[in-house]
Design a protein around this ligand. Structure first.
Ligand code: HEC
Ligand code: HEC
Length: 256
């Protein structure tokens, strides 16, 4: 039933399998798609764009150090750097045929190629490495693909976005598709895009992942939040990336 609904909503996407690049339709028209930074004050945008004033660069710098560390360092294999990589994630890991995000890819490199353990989600080290890699795609447009292998993950993400939840019984779409630009508890609701993350949030007084932001939106409607780094949030992250296609990556972003 849910799949049918998604198929109906994303006309021609789930329902036809003729081409490998599938193009869903979203409620917000392409020409109206705007980054969350549109709703920030000019001062905050200026701070975000200034590498010295943007606190997120502390994590980028820490990530750069970690990238060079150890006998088999990340840098020893990735000599050409990471430009454009973050713009293509989440993506399929061909070996396991699983959709993974950037954090997941970093941890796979640790376990597969460095003989190290995976870093805990939201740990300072994982955030720093993610920030360091994401920063190398700053200004590049989000460019993820839906393929027959990733279609079901996309549909699960879409389903999460469209489903009412929590004591307030609200779906993501009701705020971020239907009511963006309106005020809510002293904040302007944006279109709920992922392109600023990982980001520094004033409310956190800290740097955090997209999943931490999703966790906050879930608890905001008093729903049981999902574990950070879980496949449910990775699928949702994928849906958000497709939905934000073409928007420029801003990480390390600054948000309220
Ligand atoms: C009750 C309204 C509401 C609901 C429901 C809601 N959010 Fe949000 N969301 C907000 C507000 C308010 C903010 C902070 C201001 C803004 O929109 O950037 C926010 C921020 C975000 C951001 C960060 C945007 C940025 O540029 O910093 C993302 C991503 C996001 N939401 C995704 C979601 C997802 C996914 C869901 C469903 C799981 C969801 N939201 C449910 C109100 C909501
Ligand atoms: C021994 C070599 C090696 C080391 C060390 C290594 N990687 Fe990788 N990395 C790879 C290979 C090979 C791939 C391609 C995917 C695969 O086969 O796992 C890859 C893929 C990636 C990708 C995705 C690139 C893309 O275009 O999709 C990222 C991001 C990445 N590595 C980050 C890191 C980070 C961060 C570290 C250190 C924590 C690291 N790697 C350590 C070999 C390595």
């Amino acid at each position: 039933m849910r799949l049918l609904a998604a198929c109906f909503l994303f006309i021609g996407a789930a329902c036809s399998s003729e081409s490998t690049q599938l193009e869903p339709d979203f409620p917000i028209e392409d020409t109206l798609r705007v980054s969350g930074s549109t709703f920030l004050t000019p001062e905050t945008v200026a701070q975000q764009n200034d590498d010295f004033e943007n606190p997120g660069y502390l994590w980028v710098e820490r990530g750069a150090d970690l990238f060079e560390q150890g006998e088999t360092s990340c840098a020893s294999c990735h000599v050409d750097g990471m430009e454009g990589v973050a713009a293509r994630y989440p993506a399929l890991d061909t070996e396991t045929q699983t959709l993974i995000n950037l954090e997941g890819r970093i941890n796979l490199c640790r376990t597969r190629h460095q003989g190290l353990t995976a870093l805990p989600y939201e740990s300072d080290e994982l955030l720093s490495l993610t920030a360091y890699i994401a920063e190398q795609s700053r200004g590049l447009p989000i460019d993820v693909e839906i393929t027959p292998q990733t279609m079901s993950a996309f549909e699960r993400g879409a389903d999460y976005f469209m489903t009412r939840r929590g004591q307030l019984n609200l779906a993501c779409t009701l705020c971020h598709d239907d009511n963006w630009g309106k005020q809510l508890r002293g904040d302007t609701i944006s279109q709920g895009h992922s392109n600023g993350f990982p980001a520094y949030r004033f409310e956190w007084e800290d740097f955090g992942s997209l999943h931490r932001r999703l966790h906050d939106c879930d608890t905001g409607v008093r729903a049981e939040p999902v574990e950070l780094g879980s496949q449910t949030y990775i699928d949702l992250e994928f849906y958000l990336a497709v939905r934000a296609s073409g928007l420029e990556l801003e990480s390390p972003g600054i948000r309220r």
